[in-house]
Design a protein. Structure first.
Length: 688
């Protein structure tokens, strides 16, 4: 009997609360898809380093899954709360007929188990299908070979999904039992006669709260989005985040009190059509959802910022590989300080390899070999000239006493020819600064605008250009060149060299094999030189501390970082969007059920169906749009801060990423709004 009654109740719930079941099914499928990535990529051909990235991604997704499970668990409990309210009269009827609370709990337990099983089965089926599409996304992201791929099902992901959702449903059951234990028959039977009271708070107090919240937001926006360089500690960032959260709550609280008062004061608007009914309904919803609207707004804010930043980071890092890695390999050898040197040491890596039987230049079709120098009296602070004090005051955390490295004009131009970039021309008394780190560019440009002259190796030079040149000498995935000085060859003091550079392009089309051979030759030469040095048979190779930057390694590490950021952001963003849309939808549907009688009265007094639909559309639209609008406002300044943080990577693709994020929000969040409106319209029509 109880089972039959539970099935009947579920059938009715499926009709009236399809969004609840839809959300659970999508939640299960998303949970499975992201936890099945390791199994889906097992058959894809990719390099060992990229498999390590997949392993790191799996661990990161597992950790985030705990957080995601918590969000989905709260969503289930929140949804059950509305469903319990919807069925108050039904439970009151059960108790009137003599059913005790334990049997009502048994009915709900049976329903929850059946709903859980149905959601899990359908969600897993959909998730298994979607995970095959995720494999194609992984292939595109990692530039892998999918020829060995076949359809697969991840048993580990299925087990993890079942365990996590079983725990969530258990919590929901305990919550339902606790609510039922507090049932009172009189409250259940009269639940439909109760309505949320529209509290008309003092407009003066609401205006004061709104102004205070706006000032608080403006202060946080200024420091986070306008002058983010002032945030030099994690504690200060947390403080401003807390200010934004508190201000958001106060804004919703004040708007809830002000909205109806403002509309009521506009007589021509308030008394037009169904506006009086519409805005009272909206005010009632916002009044009862201040805290929830705040949480939803902040979740949307996090979603917009994380998705936009992650997509931008991935796109930028991919373009950086093409722009900032014009060569295949860059070997940098740092010389020991003069005080640590003796006369029996190598200062040329090519000669060291040749003396030990290896010609590493034979692996290149083109290469450049040059040295970089430094003048201890020419530091970053000195290079800024009259702007030094302003820079120090504005950016006190920067290190200003580090020497600026110097490169000869002929070496720089030869390297630019290898890179396929524009060369420079300087007179004997001129110099130029190359830099691609935006903060350093800003400081140098300010210095050059003040007609900055410098003294390098005892010779006074003037800047040829009124700004620094966007350029670099080391291949990298990010814009890390914080400044290097290019001077005429005659200025260079060859005794002051600090680094030796060997930059080349492989002759072989099989770049991976060529790189392996070069590394083996270099290691063997260094080992042989060390052995000979111990026997005093050759100079010491330890004069050179060698670091190798490879385009292959840079590309793979960049793809790994971009993939992890993209996957985690997508995972969290999709779950947040689902949670936000579902909470608002459930509240709106619950209100529609409660207001069936009100809409019936509107029909009896002659209101046309199209006007009722328009009123319902406006209510749903404002209800969904309000937290999104505030979240978008937060995101403008949040993304400015993200641009500042990711400035080292470059954020040229931010506009494209924001558009992509907007499409995802439109698809999920907008989809919830559309389905909610249609379901609400269906609910109020059914009870004519």
């Amino acid at each position: 009997m109880l089972f039959k009654l539970s099935v009947s109740n579920i059938r009715k719930s499926l009709r009236d609360y399809a969004i609840y079941f839809f959300t659970l099914i999508i939640g299960v499928s998303v949970f499975y898809v992201f936890n099945a990535i390791e199994g889906q990529t097992a058959m894809i051909e990719m390099s060992e380093s990229r498999r390590e990235v997949i392993s790191m991604l799996k661990n990161a997704l597992s950790a985030v899954s705990v957080f995601v499970a918590g969000v989905l668990g709260l969503l289930i409990v929140y949804a059950d709360r509305f469903l319990m309210k919807r069925r108050s009269k039904e439970f009151g009827l059960y108790m009137t007929l003599g059913m005790n609370k334990s049997r009502i709990s048994a009915i709900l337990l049976t329903e929850t188990i059946l709903i859980g099983l149905g959601s899990l089965i359908l969600g897993l089926i959909i998730g298994i299908g979607l995970s095959q599409l995720m494999s194609a996304f992984v292939v595109n992201l990692f530039d892998a070979d999918m020829s060995a791929y076949r359809f697969t099902v991840s048993s580990k992901a299925i087990i993890k999904t079942i365990i996590y959702f079983a725990v969530m449903y258990l919590v929901a059951m305990l919550f339902n039992s606790a609510v039922i234990s507090r049932f009172k028959l009189i409250d259940l039977l009269q639940s439909e006669k109760k309505s949320e009271q529209v509290k008309l708070r003092s407009p003066f107090i609401c205006v004061i709260i709104f102004i205070a919240a706006s000032v608080m937001l403006g202060y946080a926006y200024y420091h986070v989005g306008i002058v983010p360089e002032t945030l030099d500690t994690a504690q200060s960032i947390v403080i401003y985040i807390a200010m934004v959260a508190a201000a958001t709550f106060l804004i919703f609280r004040s708007v809830a009190g002000m909205l109806l008062r403002i509309i009521m004061s506009m007589k021509n608007v308030y008394h037009k059509g169904l506006n009086a009914f519409t805005f009272r309904q909206i005010s009632s919803k916002i009044n009862t959802m201040v805290f929830s609207m705040t949480v939803i707004c902040l979740m949307l804010f996090v979603t917009i910022c994380t998705l936009s930043a992650a997509f931008s980071l991935r796109n930028t890092m991919n373009s950086n590989i093409r722009e900032l890695c014009p060569a295949d390999i860059n070997i940098v050898s740092t010389f020991l300080a003069k005080s640590d040197r003796t006369d029996d040491g190598y200062e040329d890596i090519i000669r060291m390899c040749e003396d030990n039987g290896y010609d590493i230049t034979s692996d290149f079709s083109k290469y450049e070999h040059f040295c970089v120098y430094s003048d201890s009296s020419y530091t970053f602070g000195i290079s800024l000239g009259r702007e030094f004090e302003n820079a120090k005051q504005q950016y006190p955390y920067l290190i200003y006493d580090t020497p600026v490295y110097i490169i000869a004009l002929s070496d720089y131009n030869s390297l630019m020819e290898l890179f396929g970039r524009e060369k420079l021309s300087l007179n004997e008394d001129e110099y130029a600064v190359i830099c691609n780190l935006k903060l350093a560019q800003k400081l140098y440009d300010a210095a050059f605008a003040a007609d900055n002259n410098v003294t390098i190796f005892g010779k006074e030079l003037s800047s040829k250009y009124n700004k620094c040149i966007d350029s670099f000498i080391n291949i990298a995935s990010t814009r890390m060149n914080d400044g290097m000085c290019v001077v005429p060859d005659s200025v260079i003091d060859t005794e002051c060299k600090v680094e030796e550079h060997l930059t080349g392009i492989y002759a072989s089309s099989d770049k991976k094999s060529a790189e392996e051979k070069l590394r083996e030759d270099l290691n063997s030469a260094q080992l042989s030189a060390s052995v000979k040095a111990e026997k005093n048979e050759a100079p010491d190779s330890n004069y050179l501390e060698t670091m190798i930057s490879s385009k292959i390694e840079i590309s793979e590490s960049s793809v790994g970082l971009g993939a992890i950021c993209t996957f985690l952001s997508l995972y969290i963003g999709m779950v947040f969007l689902i949670a936000c849309g579902a909470v608002l939808a459930l509240k709106e549907l619950s209100e529609s059920v409660d207001n069936i009688g009100r809409y019936a009265i509107l029909r009896k007094i002659g209101v046309e169906e199209k006007d009722i639909s328009a009123s319902l559309f406006i209510q749903s639209g404002i209800f969904f749009l309000l937290p999104l609008i505030v979240a978008c406002l937060h995101s403008v300044f949040g993304l400015k801060f993200a641009i500042f943080i990711f400035e080292v990577f470059g954020t040229d693709g931010m506009t494209k990423s924001v558009v992509l994020t907007a499409l995802l929000i439109l698809l999920i969040y907008g989809g919830y709004f559309l389905i909610t409106f249609l379901c609400s319209k269906n609910i109020i029509k059914e009870k004519k």
